[in-house]
Design a protein around this ligand. Structure first.
Ligand code: FEO
Length: 398
């Protein structure tokens, strides 16, 4: 049975697909709710396909594309981004439509050869070049490092539609609903922020540059390559990406602990309770061995306070905490207050490593640090309460 495309307007069709099979995006980030690989077809005087999909979803993609084309040939394939979740079907499209011209920038052309050995039927475009499609056209804007160096977006000036590739995307398969006005955003808002924080948040500075470059465009619709199509409220997703990439954070504290036998967990519980006593409303506590760093990073991106506690494991942080810390370092987090605590049984290491992590990053590091031998003493408990108070005072003071 063939899947049908979705008509967006008189010249634009959604031919994207859902992926509910892949467990980990980039073989790293959990796809608990799946993901969509969005692709769009313009049927103007010329036809243009905007991006393809991951190769594993080729069958669904082909049937949607063929349905939308209604027997017409494909004139252009515009490649906004070469990560294989979007470029995977390029070779197949070239086989199916031998007259197709690929459209990309200089960096795209390099990747086409490096990934797929494709060197012919390519039109090179530069920043602010246009592609004439007859009664429609596309203007190109390069957006390097959102998400890769070749990344670019395109804009259809008559309809004011922005095709934004990874920018403004989100996790979560599209469950029948595709447009922002069809979707319960309570569910998607967390998945969109998780996609941002996991995949493109590291590139916040390039995102700010891209937003500046695009700020002069009037935008009626945002068509990203993952997640909902924003036709009712495109300014909403642009505002969110602006806020997140500026590292704007809310009051609240994420407490993350690593514990083997529960002693460090108890320390985290004491800290969390004291934060509540101090009037902090948004407190999220995670066991780093239970919750994947994808979800923890998502919450850390939202809240200003961060408290990390780890037991010592072979003279260092617990391995799962090391993994989280690596992810935090990779993401150049800013505007966060950081507190650390930990435990050891016969020789320390975890607290020293957490402190070094805090000193290396752009954190406002709390002066109170608690290190417990085996199980927290009354003095340690007081120290943990002090740590929570210092965090609360800083949050209230700012
Ligand atoms: Fe959705 Fe950077 O690829």
């Amino acid at each position: 049975m063939d899947l049908l495309s979705v008509q967006i307007n008189d010249f634009l069709h959604y031919v994207g697909v859902n992926d509910r099979d892949t467990g980990l995006f980039e073989n790293l980030w959990p796809l608990t709710n799946g993901v969509s690989y969005n692709s769009y077809l313009i049927t103007a005087e010329k036809t243009a396909l905007l991006d393809t999909v991951k190769i594993s979803k080729l069958s669904d993609f082909k049937s949607k594309l063929q349905a939308a084309l209604q027997g017409r040939d494909l004139d252009y394939l515009v490649i906004h981004h070469m990560e294989p979740d979007h470029s995977g079907a390029i070779s197949t499209i070239m086989d199916l439509y031998p007259n197709v011209q690929l459209v990309g920038n200089k960096r795209t052309i390099g990747f086409l050869n490096d990934f797929y050995g494709i060197t012919e039927n390519i039109i090179e475009v530069k920043d602010k070049d246009s592609l004439d499609l007859g009664d429609r056209s596309l203007e190109f804007y390069t957006t390097p490092m959102v998400h890769w160096p070749e990344s670019m977006v395109s804009y259809e000036p008559k309809s004011k539609i922005l095709f934004s590739q990874d920018a403004f995307g989100g996790f979560g398969a599209l469950d029948g609903t595709i447009f922002d006005d069809e979707i319960n955003m309570d569910f998607y808002s967390s998945e969109i922020r998780r996609y941002f924080s996991n995949i493109v948040g590291k590139f916040s500075k390039p995102i700010q540059s891209a937003l500046k470059k695009l700020s002069g465009l009037e935008i009626s619709m945002v068509c990203p390559v993952h997640g909902p199509v924003w036709r009712k409220n495109p300014e909403k997703i642009i505002e969110l990406y602006d806020k997140w990439s500026k590292h704007e954070v809310k009051d609240g504290v994420v407490v993350v602990y690593a514990s083997m036998y529960g002693n460090t967990q108890k320390m985290a519980e004491i800290v969390a309770r004291e934060l509540a006593e101090q009037g902090i409303k948004n407190i999220k506590v995670f066991d780093v061995s239970k919750t994947h760093e994808s979800y923890i990073l998502n919450e850390i991106w939202e809240y200003k306070g961060l408290i990390l506690g780890s037991c010592t494991y072979n003279n260092y942080m617990f391995p799962m905490m090391t993994q989280l810390v690596n992810v935090l370092e990779m993401n150049n987090l800013q505007n966060h207050i950081l507190g650390v605590f930990g435990s050891f049984s016969w020789s320390g290491g975890a607290v020293k490593a957490l402190k070094e992590f805090g000193e290396k990053g752009k954190y406002d590091l709390l002066s109170t640090v608690v290190e417990t031998k085996c199980s927290a003493t009354d003095e340690d408990i007081q120290g943990l309460q002090e740590l929570a108070k210092e965090m609360a005072e800083k949050l209230k003071g700012e």
